[in-house]
Write a protein that binds this ligand. Sequence first.
Ligand SMILES: O=C(O)C(=O)C[C@]1(C(=O)O)C=C[C@@H](O)C=C1
Length: 347
Amino acid sequence: MAGADARLRAAVVGTGLIGGSVLLRLHAAGLDVTGWDPDGATRRRAREIGVPTVERLVDAVADRDVVFLCGPLPTLPATLVEVAAATAEDCLLTDVGSTKAELAAFAAAQGLTHRFVPGHPMAGTDRAGLTAALPDLFHDAAWVLCPAPGPGLTAFRRLAALVMDVFAARVVPMAADRHDAVVALASHVPHLLAGALAGAAERSPLRDAVLALAAGSFSDGTRVAGTPPERTANMLLGNRAEVLAALDSVTAVLDELATALRAGDRAALTARHAEGRDARLALAGRPTVEVRRTFPPAGGDEELRFLHELGAAGGYLDGCRSTGDGVEYSARRLPAEPGDRPAAPLG
Ligand SMILES: O=C(O)C(=O)C[C@]1(C(=O)O)C=C[C@@H](O)C=C1
């Protein structure tokens, strides 16, 4: 752990796959951390494998400096209210849910933006539960944090530093509604498509032979169809409008592909696939440039604009340091201006 304060006391509420991974990493980093899960069997399992866990939510969070809310999406608003009431005013709160706009608006209505920073680590597996948790799950993953204006910026800085130092994740600052539009195409529609492909195979009279011959393409394209269906439904219903819009954009491409195929139009078919290949190849890493910015202690609109623009343009933070008179961010972004020097790949 580079700069995070090892004396920080943390709590994790909900110790399934993601919460369990958060808990294991905080524990491994030497922080004083307690976990709590509503499921008694999960709490027992946690104790068996040496994960610090208590029996009552209030005991897990009462004296903490930071609390990670990691339960299922529909439970988050009520848990936020309960945890906020059980913690001190300077205790940071964050979540790991896969949609952000509704919860951010709820937190604002509850008057919690000064200490609740909506979050979303972009990592997971198709497995579930504490036994599937991995302490290094978030290493080098994008971790979205949604900064709010005013005192919310101070909370954002504290949490961003913790996420980078303890989890070695890339912090992507982003407004909550922008996040939801982006993950619709980056995460939610892929779950729909994987489900559709696997579902079509399941319904096919050729099912058994299809599964017998399925190799890399089928297996890669359907991996997340193995996710617990309740979790996928929560995710899709939590971001309904954006998922439907993103699905329309995929349907438009599918229609173009089908039209080209029907017409035997090789040029159109090749052009559509070349387009997709460009995006796929860019996934492997693009050159980035380093950016350094400092802001005064109180933060303000300029800092918020810098953070929102960075995330919206595909950049991320890789450092956040308190200086005597404010904060210094180091960040990486895709080169935009002539004269920018490409550096390490954006993973
Ligand atoms: O890798 C996987 O298994 C995942 O589904 C992880 C994944 C995704 O890539 O869509 C799923 C949900 C999250 O909120 C973030 C990441």
